[in-house]
Design a protein around this ligand. Structure first.
Ligand SMILES: [Zn+2]
Length: 266
């Protein structure tokens, strides 16, 4: 494990992401196949051209659904962050969910962005800034889907950061429930370096954890996580894999982070 931690950045990301890209059509085909094999139900909540936006659902295995914890996981809102959809695929294939967890999994919120290796959608719009007064068809459809769902006990949004020196996590926890961030970082550090900077994206950070003190109502350009904390869930994390490291390592980082959160939460 020590050796993995000494892995150096690839040095490819000069000004934006220049690493490996994925064939999102193939990834989403594999997602659908694996989801079917493992008994998920699948809903298409938006379509554009050849692309469908999937919402996958897996019931908990406990008899009383009241004791189930509802966990929402999304990936792929930024089309230049390929580890997210790959991690969603791997999580479905590994099928290693806590038995009392009911999972809502959106494996790719911006498939067209992936065909362009672009952060934004086909029009260059950053979908992850459109959750307050949504203008894009993708986010409107996503919010309409969210409004039909129950509240979640936890949300996890899977992202990558092309500038970071390692994995890190943003935690929103306004009610001061037991934190999941430390457990996640502990698990991820076995498979990927952690970004130990004291300032990440302009916010104070410690041991790979950012706890932004944000009042969503003071900000005009909501990311998905703000919509979720304002409307759907009182606790959640945004996981950021470092995209200047090899892609399999980033996928493993996201999978390990989600696994640790699920295990300590459910
Ligand atoms: Zn992102």
């Amino acid at each position: 494990m020590r050796e993995i931690l000494r892995v150096q950045k690839l040095g490819k990301n000069l000004g934006s992401y220049f690493g490996e890209t994925i064939d999102i059509r193939a990834v989403l085909r594999d997602v659908e196949t694996a989801a079917q094999q493992h008994g998920w139900t699948s809903e298409i909540f938006h379509a554009s051209g050849e692309f469908k936006w999937l919402a996958l659902h897996r019931k908990s295995e406990v008899r009383s659904q009241e004791s189930a914890v509802r966990i929402y996981i999304s990936a792929g809102i930024h089309g230049d962050e390929p580890a997210g959809p790959l991690a969603a695929l791997k999580l479905i294939q590994e099928n290693n969910w806590p038995e009392n967890a009911e999972i809502f999994l959106l494996p790719c919120l911006n498939p067209i962005g992936f065909t362009l290796n672009s952060r934004g959608n086909a029009d260059g719009f950053d979908l992850n800034r459109d959750y307050r007064n949504p203008q894009t068809a993708e986010v409107r459809a996503h919010i309409a889907w969210l409004e039909r769902q129950p509240k979640f006990d936890l949300y996890l949004c899977l992202h990558e950061d092309w500038e970071s020196h390692g994995f890190y996590v943003y935690e929103q926890n306004p009610d001061n429930k037991p934190s999941l961030a430390e457990t996640m970082v502990e698990a991820v550090k076995n498979v990927c370096p952690i970004d130990l900077s004291e300032n990440i994206e302009g916010r104070p950070a410690k041991n790979g954890i950012v706890r932004p003190n944000i009042q969503p109502h003071e900000r005009p350009d909501w990311p998905e996580a703000f919509y979720l904390i304002a409307n759907k869930s009182r606790q959640g994390c945004t996981l950021e894999a470092p995209s200047d490291f090899p892609l399999p390592m980033r996928v493993n980082a996201l999978v390990a982070g989600v696994g640790a959160a699920l295990k300590s939460f459910a």
